[in-house]
Design a binder for this molecule. Structure first.
Ligand code: TNX
Length: 525
């Protein structure tokens, strides 16, 4: 049967009319918006608030920090709306038509990162106990506007928000990702770009894997050859690179301004070829190794019996601690196949004390639980549940990064152009469909500080390649860390995720367009 063109047009017109009326009635339903991570509670009230050329952002009092958060929001809204929204200070709720950010210490359920967002047809009112909560609430405001709010050039309005109240706070205090800058080096701009992306999804930690066999990426002034020589190359023989302490401090500050903590990692006693190539005296045989550009693991070790090794480690920890406002220093401790087990234990015991002596807590990969854990040492579960369980038995908390669910360097499927597959393929649904508190019976929610999704970079060396592996899986990890498990379901999530396809596109994020997600349809608004 053939359909005539005029019938086709009539039918198409009808379809469009139905779609538009559908959009119009759903548009003002706050509970039908596509926030990721999904908020704890949403009470819609059916109306809408519209930005106008009179809208400004008011912050309470004269706090520089609140002004900065207000300015951050204005900077996100102004390019696409062209409304010239300004940041002003006030001591009372502003007149109608404005956005108001204020602190109130009285809502303990919201904790230090939660917020309450009340949108009426007259006002957008964002309240939190702490600035971090306001910052996360600002991300919700951004996500509640149409996707084109994220474009960097002026777009056509109207710029409306559905009205109602969102109360929201995270399930876990540590919600992060890791970037391996050792196997392939990523420059300051790439790291800042990732930080902005993490902020949009309310993540609050970026762990930087700063050293490995293939490269040493952070300047240590007392051991300058680590970067002068050890930073010179990378996997595949490219030119590598490193951060000067000044550049690193700039990254830390940039992250801090976005309520993200940088956790620096010096991987030891294994994964140390770059250091062993830079200083002969760190080697057991006193001879410097060659720089390494392959992808094997487990072949290098510091000499755990030499006093000089501990002098070296302490110098590194001292300089790094001074650059780190966050509470954790990560000391690696994984895959030490050429370190004797007893030497490994002695080394990890001693180095934990050295980190504590510099005022920091230890994070380390799950093998650290084979040593005697110091109070406050956190075990990062990546491979062996039995190690993490040993950690819990010693009273330690666990950071959940199970490779088969949370490794961003695992291929999505057999056709992925980059990535590894030793822990299996991780399609977008598999990455989303797990609960950190329900993986191992003896690792319960109260034992877990949060979740981290690491991107190892043996197979990725450019921002484009990294984004393809990170997105869209990262959105799922952000939601696992933030949203209560009982509010999460893949079937509902994938519709919100579809809506974020356009957002990611407008934010210039090159993501993997998984076939499991209907990127062009099924929109909620
Ligand atoms: C295991 S995860 C490693 C890394 C590799 C990664 C590749 C961990 C603590 N060690 O050295 O880069 O697998 O997936």
């Amino acid at each position: 049967m053939t359909i005539t063109n005029s019938k086709r047009f009539a039918f198409g017109g009808l379809l469009l009319a139905v779609m538009f009326s559908h959009m119009a009635c759903k548009k003002s339903d706050l509970s039908k918006q596509n926030l990721i991570p999904k908020p704890v509670s949403i009470a819609p009230s059916g109306g809408s608030f519209e930005l106008s050329d009179k809208t400004d952002i008011y912050v309470q009092g004269e706090s520089a920090e609140l002004k900065q958060i207000g300015q951050y929001l204005a900077d996100k809204l102004n390019p696409s709306t062209g409304l010239g929204i300004e940041v002003k200070t006030t001591n009372e709720a502003p007149a109608k038509g404005n956005i108001y950010l204020s602190l109130s210490g009285s809502d303990s359920q919201l904790g230090s990162e939660g917020y309450q967002l009340t949108i009426t047809d007259k006002m957008v009112n964002l309240v939190a106990n702490k600035p971090a909560g306001l910052f996360h609430g600002v991300q919700s405001i951004r996500q509640l506007f149409p996707s084109k709010i994220e474009m960097s050039s002026k777009q056509k309005g109207p710029w409306e928000l559905a009205t109602g109240t969102i109360r929201d706070y995270p399930s876990y205090g540590y919600r992060g990702t890791m970037l391996d800058v050792a196997r392939h080096f990523f420059g300051v701009d790439d790291v800042k770009n990732l930080i902005d992306q993490l902020a949009y999804y309310k993540m609050n930690v970026l762990h930087l894997h700063l050293t490995d066999d293939q490269g040493w990426r952070i300047e240590i002034k007392s051991w300058p050859n680590l970067t002068a020589h050890g930073g010179k190359t990378e996997v595949g023989g490219g030119e590598g690179g490193f951060y000067t302490q000044e550049q690193y401090a700039d990254i830390v500050k940039y992250a801090q301004d976005r309520y993200i903590t940088i956790v620096p990692e010096i991987d030891m006693p294994g994964h140390t070829n770059a250091a062993l190539a830079s200083y002969a005296e760190l080697n057991m045989n006193g001879k410097a190794t060659e720089l390494y550009t392959g992808t094997d693991v487990g072949f290098s070790t510091l000499d755990t019996k030499k006093e000089l090794t501990y002098k070296f480690v302490d110098d590194v920890i001292r300089e790094l601690a001074a650059l780190t406002p966050g509470e954790y220093l990560h000391i690696g401790g994984d895959e030490t196949e050429v370190t004797k087990p007893e030497d490994y234990v002695a080394f990890m015991n001693r180095v934990q004390d050295m980190v504590n002596a510099r005022g920091k807590k230890v994070l380390a990969w799950d093998e650290v639980a084979l040593a005697t854990l110091k109070p406050n040492t956190v075990v990062q579960y990546w491979d062996k549940a039995e190690n993490a369980v040993k950690g819990v038995a010693q009273g330690a908390k666990v950071l959940m990064s199970p490779a088969k669910y949370a490794y961003l360097d695992m291929k999505y499927d057999s056709t992925s152009p980059y990535g590894l597959d030793w822990a299996g393929y991780i399609e977008v649904d598999k990455g989303y469909n797990w609960d950190p508190a329900n993986l191992e019976t003896s690792i319960k929610k109260e034992n877990i500080i949060g979740i981290e999704a690491p991107l190892w970079s043996e197979t990725v060396g450019t921002r484009e390649q990294a984004e393809y592996m990170i997105f869209p899986r990262l959105l799922g990890y952000a939601e696992i860390g933030w949203t209560p498990t009982e509010l999460r379901s893949w079937n509902e999530y994938k519709i919100r995720l579809a809506n974020h396809g356009e957002r990611m596109k407008f934010m210039n994020i090159g993501f993997y367009p998984s076939k499991l997600v209907n990127w062009n349809g099924q929109k909620q608004k």
